[in-house]
Design a protein around this ligand. Structure first.
Ligand code: AMP
Length: 508
């Protein structure tokens, strides 16, 4: 990197210079993102920032570069147990990611960083901060503990950043955040970033920020334009099969599956493994090591599917996530925006598919209100019977797929299922056609499609809608009414608990 190249870098125009500019360019950041253009000069001028930014907007560099620039100018004298800048993040993964970004941007400068996170030994954290650091990146709970025990002193902290403030609120950290802010230097400079602005965050901004410059890169609650979003209607019992069928499509090359609860995430992961997929899981009950290992595997591409809860996945920045699948809808509609923001990052296309049981219709409507658009329904399984569970030897699929049975002459997938089972590559890879995907191509029997009056369906009858251009004879149940759509040779569902029973010999 020569001086002239660095000078041409758009960050130079924002006031970034010297080694910091070189490192920024070396990191591949040449054109500042909109949030960086707005936030960097204001912070260099000493202003507080209120940043309303969607995930993946480039906010880490937006707050880190101005602070780095000022700290580099201060030199290396630090007081024991203190931190010049404190970055608070809601999750451990986000904190780790922020530290990595800061290290990359600070390359070549003498900048020290430390992490203070729950779930890992505090000994090494206390040791690291002992001589004093430039940047402390922390989750609020553990930091509060260390402040109480006087292992960390915040009175010298003159830069405070609250990242994903709305998430810290959701996670119940708000009082810790207030106490921590109070312990910092009264003349500090503060930046607060949040994707959404609920009333409590609005209040927090009023108490913590002084005459902030408001930077907003997308209207509140809107999602990245590059993400193609859709809905698949499926009852809860059908979701496992629907998900496995989707994932058999190799176009889904790097997928995050979101579950609402930790237990749900574990169950989805186990079911995927039983269905022959390798998946890693990340949620709050996992140890920090297990979470980091899962994340690393997903990041380096060795794990294709990551199952996650909202809390654990918040802020994860893994480039190239092709699909986000919401196995169920989050309790808070705003989490939907964060979930799907895992894909479509850095201007790349992304696809977000949400599986919706009729009981989730009101949550779906809340999401649609927040994102200010109606999500197109690209598949509807509600008219189909629930998958039939049959006892299978361990390690095999645990349910009978609706159109299983290796019929002669059928093209098979890797997992033995025929290809034309309604999950062709195109359907999930392709963008919906305009705002009425699949709508009104056939007259269809609209009356039959009204599921409990909740969400009238505007598309083709379910037997037809996934089989564009395929002859009817190829459809496993193409010409049978729903009630008769039982998989060939399948046995009726008997007793679920039977499969958990001990072998006869032991039971006796
Ligand atoms: P963030 O919102 O900070 O998590 O950033 C999202 C992604 O954008 C990260 O992968 C960054 O490395 C990347 N990024 C941030 N700023 C720039 C930039 N100016 N040019 C290219 N990539 C960037």
């Amino acid at each position: 990197m020569n001086e002239i190249d660095a000078e041409l870098n758009g960050f130079a125009k924002l006031g970034i210079s010297g080694q910091l500019l070189k490192a920024t360019t070396a990191a591949g950041f040449t054109d500042p993102k909109p949030i960086q253009e707005q936030a960097i000069p204001a912070q260099l001028a000493g202003r507080d920032i209120l940043g309303i930014a969607q995930t993946g907007s480039g906010k880490t560099a937006a707050f880190a570069l101005p602070i780095l620039s000022r700290i580099i100018a201060l030199g290396t004298k630090r007081r024991p147990k203190t931190a010049r800048a404190l970055i608070l993040a809601p999750t451990r993964e986000l904190a780790v990611q922020i530290e990595e970004t800061i290290k990359v941007l600070a390359k070549g400068a003498h900048i020290s960083t430390a992490l203070v996170l729950g779930g890992v030994s505090r000994f090494s954290q206390v040791k690291k901060i002992g001589p004093g650091v430039d940047f402390l990146i922390a989750t609020p709970g553990r930091l509060m503990d260390l402040v109480r025990e006087k292992d960390v002193i915040l009175s010298e902290t003159t830069w405070l950043v609250l990242d994903e403030a709305d998430r810290m609120l959701d996670m119940g950290f708000i009082n810790d955040v207030k106490r921590i802010a109070k312990a910092t230097h009264p003349a500090r400079q503060t930046a607060l970033f949040s994707a959404t602005m609920p009333a409590e965050i609005e209040q927090l901004t009023q108490s913590l920020l002084r005459d902030p410059v408001r930077v907003e890169v997308a209207p509140q609650g809107t999602t990245a334009a590059e993400i193609v979003q859709s809905v698949v209607l499926a009852r809860t019992k059908q979701k496992r099969k629907v998900l496995s069928d989707m994932l058999a499509d190799e176009a889904m090359s790097s997928v995050i599956v979101f579950a609402r609860t930790k237990h749900g995430a574990d169950r989805v992961t186990k079911d995927l493994e039983r269905d022959g997929f390798e998946a890693a899981v990340i949620h709050g009950n996992k140890s920090q090591n297990a979470r980091q290992k899962a994340l690393n595997g997903f990041r380096d591409g060795s794990v294709r599917i990551l199952v996650a809860t909202d809390i654990a996945a918040r802020g994860i920045d893994v480039p190239g996530i092709s699909h986000v699948v919401n196995f169920d809808l989050p309790d808070e509609a705003e989490s939907y925006v964060h979930r799907i923001g895992r894909t479509g990052r850095n201007g790349r296309d992304g696809i977000a598919i949400t599986l919706v049981d009729p009981s989730e219709n009101s949550k779906l409507r809340q999401v649609e209100r927040i994102i200010r658009m109606k999500l197109p329904v690209i598949a509807d399984h509600l008219g189909q019977p629930d998958p039939v569970r049959e006892p299978r030897p361990q390690g095999e699929r645990n349910f009978a797929p609706a159109n299983d049975g290796a019929r002669e002459g059928k093209e098979q997938r890797r997992d033995g299922r025929p290809r034309n089972d309604g999950f062709g590559k195109k359907r999930f890879g392709a963008k919906p056609h305009g705002d009425r995907p699949f709508a009104k191509k056939h007259d269809g029997d609209q009356g039959e499609r009204n599921h409990g009056g909740e969400r009238p369906f505007k598309g083709k009858p379910s037997g037809e809608r996934h089989f564009h251009g395929k002859p009817k004879g190829d459809r496993p149940f193409g010409d049978k009414p729903h009630g008769e759509r039982k998989p060939e040779g399948s046995k009726p569902f008997r007793n679920k608990r039977r499969f958990n029973r001990k072998p006869a010999a032991r039971a006796a």
